[in-house]
Design a protein around this ligand. Structure first.
Ligand code: F6P
Length: 761
């Protein structure tokens, strides 16, 4: 692993600078101490000299032998450090000074005390210590003076400082080199650990070399990679509620799941003085309810039932389903005015026709938009209030909540927000007419993952982002980064639970057929064609009636031998487009019946809500099911029909403009705008040999069984877990990137790889 010299140099210079600052900081103190030592050294020497010569001194003074004294002093002054020696007699005169005695020195300057004394003087720029020793003789008190040159003390301080600096520099050098070697060894072991773990994941033996004694970081990386490996096992699972539950606990241990949708899964309504629970006719609800039953959590939805307020607790919550509570339903209240603006107005007169290309002009009113924003904020606040953790997994559902992801993220920045758009997403040209297109896109980009039913809708969305919002798009991994936050755009084809739980109460096929024949008073041998949906102009209800009409016109032999049962649950009837559709459909049914009535009316239009069990009963009784949506994100009716046919019989006529048609190619795929084609397909379906029906149905059932709603949720949860893990790995790598950039080139290369991995998924 090559070390960058520049980094080592920088690190070394930094250490040296620190050493210098420390050395200069303490130099005044070291100087003082050395000075002190030197001075006391000199004082001791002077005392020793005095003690050594005192007997001779006494003698020579008594004898007044000044020549001998001069000799004695000269010998003493041979010591290099002693500058001069002299004697101050009782009269204060300097006697027998050695030659180096400074001319400026005289006996007036000495302290005449009874004890020895020491004084600093400066002569000719030289610092001198004057030691004075009293000498008592019969002649009285005189003084021996010994002058010592103190300049050696300064030299000694500088020397000590130099030694100090040199040793500090040595320590810094050793520490720098030691730290670099230690960091490189750590990095190398961590990198090889990472490489090994990645290899194991590639070879399918994760954890084989999980270090027992490795660093905490080693263990963390192995753990994360093992988790990542678990995420790739999705293909091997037989998707059941239990598998989904296990997956949730495995990949998102302890995660709190919150669902946000407009439609609630259980509606409490007043009826005949009592309260009845109703299940709404909603694909979204049919898909999410089994998941919530499997995983638990909290579902936040609009409380729309007339008895909803009477059935919640003080926190507006109720445990559902009744009898076997598995999760909490938190109801949010919306007034009628708010409902008009947010739900009927912006969501269903604006976004709904905008996203479904069925040539109904969207209506964009500023008041509706404001209400939509306000209600989105209300639901976002409810999410924040319900969240018990700082990083819940929030599943935001559908076009009612385009703005909520960004609003939730503002309060819960660590949340994993997965938004799913249950309807189609139009191309950029179409979307461009929306006056608040930027806000809508930005709101949705608050999500961690944004899901659509098909890749086509994902592509449309990315095109819209490209056209209308300033952001960074990574098309390879389908990710959009806006204001430092990344959103992955993914296709998750939604599906139904398998086997559909409503089938538990539905009788076998023969009984269903007998019941339906009795209910509609059908002649024996009648071919039963069914259609089941909400009364929505996107579903192509009129078109399929016209196809039946065309068939009976083209081939009147079918008169009295076929019946088309259309169940259509009234929906959004407050809106003109919907109420008009219902009256048009009723009028058309009447016309067709009048035109082709033989022994029995060919069209049976039932404009009411059917409970799931009744729907499945109808499916089981049918020969043909027609799903002729003019545009549909997925369409779960098609999958439910297939799910009900355990006898492998029955034929599905399916619009090519549904997401379902991409998965169910064994259906008879039609263009619902082409009446003749659809009528031919219905005829073909009614005459299809049973063997062919079975062949087609088996393949479709296998497809739906394998790709059921648990798999849909599983795929989303796996991606959510991946996102969370990626965030955590990035957290780790970013901190180690910082360390690494200090110690080596390999580090920078690794960091670059980590970044490209991040970008590449
Ligand atoms: O198709 C979009 C969707 O939200 C479906 O998921 C659901 O079946 C339907 O609309 C429900 O509509 P509403 O809640 O307005 O009755």
């Amino acid at each position: 692993m090559p070390i960058r010299l520049r980094d080592v140099f920088r690190f070394g210079v930094f250490g040296l600078a620190v050493a210098l600052i420390v050395a200069f900081g303490i130099s005044p103190f070291t100087g003082g101490i050395v000075e002190q030592w030197s001075r006391s050294d000199v004082e001791t020497r002077s005392k020793l000299v005095f003690n050594a010569i005192q007997p001779f001194l006494d003698r020579d003074i008594e004898d007044q032998s000044w020549d001998r004294l001069t000799d004695l002093f000269k010998r003493v002054a041979l010591d290099k450090k002693i500058l001069a020696v002299g004697f101050c007699n009782q009269a204060g005169e300097l006697v027998a000074p050695t030659p180096e005695m400074p001319a400026s020195f005289n006996c007036e300057k000495i302290a005449r005390s009874e004890n020895e004394s020491f004084a600093n003087v400066t002569s000719g720029g030289t610092r001198i210590l004057v030691a004075t020793f009293p000498v008592i003789t019969t002649k009285g008190r005189s003084y021996l003076v010994i002058l010592t040159d103190l300049s050696f003390a300064s030299a000694r301080s500088s020397q000590v400082l130099a030694y100090l600096l040199a040793s500090l520099a040595g320590v810094v050098l050793v520490l720098t080199v030691g730290t670099i070697i230690f960091a490189l060894l750590m990095l190398r072991s961590w990198m090889s650990s990472l490489r090994r773990a990645v290899d194991e994941v590639r070879q399918g033996t994760p954890g084989a070399h999980l270090p027992t004694s490795g660093s905490a970081m080693d263990r963390e990386i192995h753990k994360l990679l093992r988790q990542a490996e678990n995420f790739t096992l999705t293909n091997q699972i037989d998707w059941t509620p239990k598998a989904l539950q296990e997956l949730l606990h495995g990949v998102l241990p302890g995660a709190e799941v919150l669902v946000v949708s407009n439609r609630e899964p259980y509606i409490h309504n007043r009826s005949n003085g009592g309260i009845v629970v109703q299940r709404p006719a909603s694909g979204l609800v049919s898909a999410l309810e089994p998941i919530m039953r499997a995983c638990g959590g909290t579902w936040i939805a609009h409380g729309s039932g007339s008895a909803d307020r009477d059935t919640v607790d003080v926190n507006d919550r109720i445990r559902v389903p009744e009898g076997a509570p598995a999760y909490a339903l938190r109801r949010v209240w919306i007034s009628e005015d708010e409902q008009d603006g947010y739900y009927y107005g912006f969501a269903n007169e604006g976004l709904w026709p905008l996203c479904h290309i069925v040539f109904v002009r969207p209506a964009f009113r500023i008041g509706d938009w404001r209400m939509y924003r306000e209600i989105n904020q209300r639901f976002a606040d409810a999410v924040v209030a319900e969240a018990r953790t700082e990083d819940p997994v929030v599943l935001v559902q559908d076009y009612h909540f385009a703005l909520a992801p960004k609003m939730i993220r503002q309060s819960l920045p660590k949340a994993t927000i997965i938004s799913f758009w249950h309807i189609p997403w139009p191309n950029a040209e179409t979307f461009s007419i929306c006056p608040w297109k930027e806000e809508i896109i930005e709101g949705m980009l608050g999500s961690t993952i944004l899901g659509f039913h098909t890749q086509f809708h994902c592509n449309n969305f990315v095109e819209c982002v490209d056209r209308f919002v300033e952001s960074r798009i990574d098309r390879e991994v389908q990710a959009v980064s806006l204001a430092g936050h990344e959103t992955r755009i993914r296709a998750y084809p939604i599906s139904i639970e398998w086997p559909p739980s409503a089938l538990q109460t539905v009788p076998a096929h023969g009984k269903c057929r007998a019941d339906v024949f009795a209910q509609f008073e059908l002649a024996a041998g009648t071919k039963v064609i069914v259609g089941v949906e909400r009364f929505d102009y996107t579903k192509g209800i009129l078109d399929r009636m016209r196809a039946v009409d065309a068939l009976l016109t083209r081939n009147p032999d079918w008169k009295g031998r076929l019946v088309f049962v259309q169940v259509a649950a009234p929906t959004r009837s407050k809106l003109d487009a919907y109420s008009k559709l219902q009256s048009e459909a009723e009028a058309l049914a009447a016309q067709i019946n009048a035109r082709h009535q033989d022994e029995q009316a060919p069209i049976r239009l039932i404009a009411r809500h059917y409970e799931p069990a009744d729907v499945f009963k109808l499916f089981r009784a049918a020969d043909v099911c027609v799903v002729s949506s003019l545009h549909d994100g997925m369409n779960l009716v098609a999958k439910e029909f297939v799910g009900s046919r355990e006898d492998n019989a029955g034929v599905l006529v399916l619009s090519s403009f549904t997401g379902a048609s991409r998965e169910m190619s064994e259906a008879l795929i039609v263009n619902p705008y082409d009446t003749e084609e659809m009528s031919a397909a219905i005829e073909l379906a009614m005459t299809m040999p049973v063997e062919e029906q079975v062949e087609r149905m088996k393949l479709m059932r296998q497809q739906v069984k394998e790709n059921n709603v648990y798999r849909w949720a599983g795929a989303i949860l796996v991606d959510a877990a991946r996102s969370r893990t990626r965030e955590r790995i990035l957290g780790l790598t970013e901190s180690s990137e910082r360390t690494r950039s200090k110690v080596g080139e390999e580090g920078s290369r690794w960091a670059a790889r980590a970044k490209s991995t991040r970008a590449g998924g």
